[in-house]
Design a protein around this ligand. Structure first.
Ligand SMILES: Cc1ncc(COP(=O)(O)O)c(C=O)c1O
Length: 394
C-alpha cells in the first residue's frame, strides 16, 4: 500500500463537524466521546487531489467558475470503466450535494401532499427532504429474511398504486444496512415503478465503495426505459473524502425530467460550483483510482476485524459484514435496552458518538451505525470500549 491509513491525523480545529467540540457537546452532551458518526473519512484524500488544489490555490484568483470538458469527461470515463454505464454529457446536472439535489427533486416533482416512497431503515435526510418540501413519506420497509435485508415487492406493488406517489428514492448501496442491490432486485423495482409512472431517484453516492465479491449496478444502466424514468445521484465526495468541497453529478437522461429539475436549480440560483470542487473532481476521477483500491482494502480489513472481534468477544451483539460503504451496522438489541437507554449508555458508559439506529426510521431501533473509515487502532479502541461496558452489564 502506498498510503499509510494507520496514521492518526488530528482533525480538531479544522472546522470538521465530526470533531468540533461545540458540535459534540451540543449533539452528544459531551466532548470526550470518540466520534464515529457522520460519514466522512479520517484519512487524507489522495495526494493527486491535494496537489491539484494546491496548484490552483497558488493562482490566487478564485472568481466565478464553471465546469470544463475535462470535468465531464473524467466522470463519464469513470462510469464507463467501472460501471459499464455510458452517460451522455448533456444528461449531467450540477448540484452542490446529493442532499440538496434530493430536496430540489422533491420541489420539482411533487405538489403539496404528493407522496414519495422510501425503504426504511434508510439515510434520514430523505424523509426530511420530503417533509420539508410539503410532500408525504410512504414507507416500504425493508424486511429481514435469514439475516439478510430484502425489498418487500408485494408491499411496494400495493402502495405504488396510489396516484399521488410521484417518486421512489432508492439508496444503492443502501445506507445504513450496507446492501448492494442485485440486478434482479433493480429490475423488479424498476418494472413496478415505471408501470405506475413513478420516477426512480437512485442515490448512488456510495457506489464506488463496494467491498469484495460485490458489484454495483447503476439503476439507469439496466435499460433505456429505466434510464428514461430515473434520476441518478453520484458524487466523488464519499469515494475520495471530499464532502466539504460540495460537488455532485445528477444524471438525468430524460430531457423533460431534466428540464423540470433545471428550472428548480435556476429558481434557487444554483449555477456556479466552488472552483476547488471542480479541480478535485478532475483529479479524483482522473487519477485517484489506485488510492481508492487501497482505501477499500483497508476498510475491508476494518470490517473483517469487527466481524472477528464481535464473534469472539461480544456474543450479545450481532454484525453482518456489509457489501458496501464504510458504515458498520451493529445490532445491540441483545442487550435488552430501549432506544433511549441504549443511546444514553453509548454516550455515558461506552463513550462513543455514533448514529443511533432509530434515526434511520422504523426497523433501526436497537442498532448503532459506526463509521469505520478510520485507522484500525480507532476501530480497536471503539470495540474495546464497547466490550468493557458490555462486561459491566453481564
Ligand atoms: C445515501 C447518502 N446520500 C447522500 C449523502 C450526503 O450527500 P451530500 O453530502 O452530497 O449532500 C450521504 C452521506 O452520508 C448518504 O449516505
Amino acid at each position: 500500500m502506498q498510503t499509510n491509513f494507520d496514521e492518526i491525523i488530528n482533525r480538531k480545529n479544522t472546522n470538521s463537524i465530526k470533531y468540533e467540540p461545540g458540535v459534540l457537546k451540543e449533539m452528544f452532551g459531551s466532548e470526550d466521546l470518540l466520534p464515529m458518526w457522520v460519514a466522512d473519512m479520517d484519512f487524507k484524500c489522495p495526494d493527486v487531489i491535494v496537489n491539484a488544489i494546491l496548484e490552483r490555490a497558488t493562482h490566487g484568483i478564485y472568481g466565478y467558475s464553471d465546469m470544463d470538458d475535462a470535468f465531464y469527461d473524467v466522470f463519464i470515463d469513470w462510469n464507463m470503466r467501472r460501471n459499464q454505464w455510458k452517460i451522455e454529457r448533456d444528461w449531467i446536472c450540477y448540484s452542490p450535494g446529493i442532499v440538496p439535489a434530493v430536496n430540489y427533486i422533491v420541489q420539482a416533482f411533487c405538489h403539496t401532499g404528493d407522496k414519495v416512497i422510501i425503504q426504511n431503515p434508510v439515510y434520514y435526510p430523505f424523509s426530511q427532504a420530503i417533509l420539508n418540501n410539503g410532500a408525504q413519506v410512504i414507507y416500504n420497509p425493508l424486511v429481514k429474511i435469514e439475516n439478510q435485508y430484502k425489498m418487500d415487492f408485494d408491499h411496494l406493488e400495493e402502495i405504488v398504486k396510489d396516484s399521488r406517489v410521484k417518486l421512489f428514492i432508492l439508496c444503492n448501496p443502501h445506507n445504513p444496512i450496507g446492501r448492494v442491490w442485485s440486478e434482479e432486485d433493480l429490475l423488479r423495482l424498476g418494472e413496478i415503478c415505471i408501470a405506475h409512472d413513478v420516477i426512480v431517484v437512485s442515490d448512488e453516492i456510495h457506489s464506488d465503495l463496494i467491498l469484495k465479491g460485490h458489484k454495483h449496478i447503476p439503476f439507469a444502466s439496466l435499460s433505456e426505459n429505466f434510464a428514461e424514468h430515473s434520476i441518478t445521484c453520484m458524487s466523488p465526495s464519499k469515494t475520495f473524502n471530499i464532502a466539504g468541497l460540495q460537488i455532485s453529478n445528477i444524471v438525468i437522461p430524460n430531457a423533460n425530467i431534466r428540464a423540470t429539475f433545471q428550472t428548480i436549480l435556476e429558481n434557487n440560483a444554483i449555477r456556479h460550483p466552488n472552483i476547488f470542487g471542480i479541480v478535485a473532481q478532475k483529479a479524483a476521477y482522473g487519477e485517484g483510482e489506485q488510492w481508492l483500491e487501497e482505501v477499500l482494502e483497508y476498510i475491508e480489513g476494518n470490517m473483517d476485524y469487527i466481524d472477528a472481534f464481535v464473534k469472539a468477544r461480544l456474543p450479545e451483539i450481532k454484525f453482518q459484514k456489509p457489501e458496501a460503504t464504510y458504515l458498520a451496522w451493529l445490532d445491540f438489541s441483545g442487550l435488552g435496552m430501549d432506544q433511549l437507554s441504549l443511546e444514553k449508555w453509548m454516550h455515558h458508559e461506552v463513550k462513543l458518538a455514533l448514529d443511533e439506529g432509530y434515526i434511520f426510521g422504523e426497523g433501526g431501533e436497537g442498532f448503532e451505525r459506526i463509521n469505520v473509515a478510520c485507522p484500525r487502532s480507532v476501530v480497536v479502541e471503539a470495540l474495546e470500549r464497547i466490550e468493557k461496558a458490555v462486561a459491566l452489564r453481564r
